[in-house]
Design a protein around this ligand. Structure first.
Ligand code: IPM
Ligand code: MG
Length: 358
């Protein structure tokens, strides 16, 4: 296999963790006889500093012309001024939209070795294995927004819009994923209050009934879901929801395995390159210190191999190597529970060594 992979390191800890992700991909290439050509481009705050634009046109072109993209993180206090002309996050939303990456897959699995890293009780989280499918290019994130002043009172608005095809396509991704898993789909909405949620609910129900009649299907309101995630996370298999609900629920769900530093995500469309990134942000407080956990990015590179390059065996090799490294007791600071911690590079090195030893 000969594939072009674009690296978008971004801001904060992004460059450090992307370096480790690339190392792991290079190791896989060597071991399995593939050739990956890497190209780096700018996104987020560093791109604003350099070009004034969080998503330069060159970056979009490079991505469009690739097999897959591995992204670090964007943002930081330097670019947080609410009155700034543009923001790093706009780059991330822009690349999702430009590549039509409408489905964001966020698997939440509890690594048994790390159960003590979770703030929740072991008997609650044991065996949790959820795949979130978050709609990523619509909803309130992309609705019209604006400000106005009436009688000297300023107000702001942002609208939430979902169309029937937007709901259909993301629900199909959830149904197809559930077929390969435990056969259950939970759709999360706020249909008791929001009109777009009522549309979402009726479309989701129809797609599930007509196209996935063999699957178990349920509907849960988003506020109740926030609660059930903490009280009975094992009951969920595939969870499909809109853009903002998915953003919030997946941060909450990340506390089930204990650390954001372990969770990868994949953003995919109907065709073309997928975008793979850790769920966590740019962690500016620890940037440049070589202490960030690179495992989420390394696991994202495994998702990249599986979903965009159809290299399932290679993806599993990475996941197994990560699991072994955790078995061996290696921990970065975020999951060390106060014990000895290794650096970002040491963790990457350990995964590379496990891959080579396998
Ligand atoms: C995420 C992040 C982004 C989002 C931000 C950085 C724009 O929180 O990927 O979950 O809200 O989608
Ligand atoms: Mg988020």
């Amino acid at each position: 296999m000969h594939a072009k992979i674009v690296l978008l390191p971004g801001d904060g800890i992004g460059p450090e963790i992307i370096t480790q992700g690339q190392r792991v991909l290079e190791t896989v290439a060597q071991k399995f006889g593939h050739q990956f050509d890497f190209a780096s481009a700018m996104i987020g705050g560093c791109a604003i500093d350099e070009t004034g634009d969080p998503l330069p046109e060159d970056t979009v072109k490079l991505c469009q012309d690739s097999a897959a993209i591995l992204l670090g993180a964007v943002g930081g206090p330097k670019w947080d001024d609410p009155n700034a002309k543009t923001r790093p996050e706009k780059g991330l939303l822009g690349i999702r939209k430009a590549l039509d990456l409408f489905a964001n897959l966020r698997p939440i699995q509890c690594h048994p070795q790390l159960i003590s890293a979770s703030p929740l009780r072991q008997d609650i989280i044991d065996g949790t294995d959820i795949l979130f499918v978050r709609e990523l290019t619509g909803g309130i994130y992309f609705g019209d927004s604006g400000r106005s002043t009436t009688d000297g009172v300023e107000s702001a608005t942002q609208s939430m819009v979902y169309s029937v095809p937007e709901v259909e396509r993301v629900v199909r991704i959830a149904g197809e994923a559930a077929r390969k898993r435990r056969g259950k789909v939970t759709s999360v909405d706020k249909a008791n209050v929001l009109e777009p949620s009522r549309l979402w609910r009726s479309v989701a129900e129809r797609v599930m009934r007509e196209e996935f009649p063999e699957l178990e299907y349920e509907v849960v309101l988003v506020d109740a879901m926030a609660m059930h995630l903490l009280s009975r996370p094992r009951d969920f298999d595939v969870v499909v929801t809109g853009n903002m609900f998915g953003d919030i629920l997946t941060d909450e769900a990340s506390m089930l395995p204990g650390s954001l530093g372990l969770l990868p995500s994949a953003s995919v469309g109907a065709s073309g390159p997928g975008l793979y990134e850790p769920i966590h942000g740019s962690a500016p407080d620890i940037a440049g210190q070589n202490i960030a956990n690179p495992l989420a990015t390394i696991l994202a590179s495994a998702m990249l191999l599986r979903h965009s390059l159809e290299l399932g065996e290679e993806a599993t090799a990475i996941e197994t190597a990560v699991s072994k490294v955790l078995d061996n007791g290696l921990r970065t600071r975020d999951i060390a529970a106060g014990g000895d911690a290794v650096s970002t590079t040491e963790m990457g090195e350990a995964v590379v060594n496990e891959l080579n030893a396998a």
